[in-house]
Design a protein around this ligand. Structure first.
Ligand code: FMN
Length: 407
């Protein structure tokens, strides 16, 4: 049997049936009230039947004023617990554990949703469509921590197996870690300990509020890959701080909206392992510093690379995103040996610099919507068409969100 087909018991005693995890993918498949639609529930049913050990939801906001974009389901007191429970049941129907990825978008909240989002500082995102953020006060940080706890408790009440706190990709917690964005001189800024305070306090408060067998994970950048940003040495030290707070595993990714390193797709150089699992070498140093399990996400496709990564002690869990959209049933085929490589349709796409910004990501988002509605993606769709359709979908979702908020 492949190493990735073996069980893994987490520090809190929960056993995962295998090492393959569907990483978070922002689905934009919520209804006007930010509750899961049947299309989203269908996707989670397909993914669970597909054989993965764990499914992590897409970016699930803890606060309606700080969405990553309109259209994701939110976990707050307005959530419809029946619809969210239906999502959870679908996710668990094939034996997977399901985690909600809890997030506060911070300065990466689109301007249309909030022209002045709460961030760690007034340093604005260097991209069009994002407003001038307000630097959080102590009270704002206390509110953010309380909202993470509130959402985690709701997640537990509706039956999720756990939560993943999103501290990667430039959202609020990730931006607080970055000396480039976090320019504060109070106890939330400056030293690494201060920059990590928000993430550590969120994790501590969530861990204290939920049952011991409720999984608490964190997604962390191995680096922001930006000059003066959160770097690899910082990342190792923060991972150690998180282990001390009782997290069950840490997922390693990288980059942010300005530096979208997490979604590489067309690298032609290096060994298969370097081309595929682009954060694995960064993760190895983190793994060496930890005794809790590590999950690495980004580019894994070949069974041999996944096995070597686990056998070589570089990771315990293999996170994948895009293959779940191309073929929701691929994990079972990989486990049975029917295929030796997860679908990698994106490797045939033109390089990112030949496409509109975000095009590959947006194409996959369109495929999520099509697969949710019809049961299968439309893989023949040209990249730019998928991109344009997604932009139109988000525009509509934003209008619906704003109308709904006004009424
Ligand atoms: C459509 C799409 C949406 C994504 N949304 C999220 C998200 O909500 N939260 C997150 O942490 N990562 C998100 N990601 C990143 C994935 O979790 C993963 O890190 C990335 O796709 C690299 O893995 P892969 O090469 O296996 O696709 C998204 C990726 C895709 C393709």
């Amino acid at each position: 049997m492949n190493m990735f087909g073996t069980e893994l018991t987490l520090p809190n005693g929960v056993t995962l049936k295998n090492r393959i995890v569907k990483s978070a993918m922002s689905e934009a498949l919520a209804d006007a009230q930010n509750n899961p639609t049947q299309a989203l529930i269908n996707l989670f049913g397909q993914w669970s039947a597909g054989g993965a050990g764990v499914l992590i939801t897409g970016n699930t906001p803890i606060d309606r004023m700080h969405l990553e974009h309109a259209g994701n389901f939110v976990l707050d007191p307005q959530s419809d617990s029946e619809k969210v429970s239906a999502l959870v049941e679908a996710g668990q129907s094939g034996g997977a554990k399901i985690l909600a990825q809890l997030a506060h978008a911070g300065r990466q909240t689109p301007e249309a949703i909030n022209p002045h989002p709460t961030s760690v500082s007034e340093v604005q995102l260097a991209l069009p469509g994002y407003g001038a953020p307000d630097a959080a006060t102590d009270e704002d940080f206390a509110e953010v921590i309380a909202k993470f706890v509130r959402s985690a408790k709701i997640a537990q009440d509706v039956g999720f197996d756990g939560v993943e706190i999103h501290a990667a990709h430039g959202y609020l917690l990730s931006s607080a870690l970055s000396p480039r964005i976090n320019t504060r001189t109070d106890r939330w800024g400056g030293s690494l300990e201060n920059r990590a305070r928000l993430t550590v306090e969120v994790v501590r408060a969530v861990r204290a509020a939920v049952a011991p067998d409720f999984i608490v994970a964190v997604k962390l950048n191995s680096s922001d890959f930006q000059k003066g940003g959160f770097d690899h040495a910082d990342s190792v030290l923060v991972a150690v701080m998180l282990e001390a707070e009782g997290v069950d595993f840490i997922e390693i990714s990288g980059g942010n909206f300005e530096e979208p390193t997490a979604y590489q797709h067309a690298s032609k150089t290096g060994s298969t392992q370097i081309r595929e699992a682009y954060f694995l070498d960064y993760a190895a140093a983190i793994k060496d510093a930890l005794s809790i399990p590590l999950m690495v996400t980004g580019g894994f496709r070949s069974a041999s690379v996944m096995d070597a990564a686990i056998e070589g002690g570089k990771t315990d869990l293999i996170g994948m995103g895009r293959p779940f959209i191309t073929d929701p049933g691929f994990v079972r085929k990989l486990l049975s040996g029917e295929i030796d490589k997860a679908p990698a349709i994106e490797q045939a796409f033109p390089p990112a610099d030949k496409l509109p910004r975000g095009a590959v990501l947006n194409w996959f988002c369109t495929q999520l919507a099509i697969a949710g509605a019809t049961g299968q993606p439309d893989l023949s769709m040209p990249v730019v068409e998928g991109h344009d359709r997604y932009l139109a979908q988000i525009q509509r979702a934003t209008e619906i969100h704003l109308d709904n908020r006004a009424s």
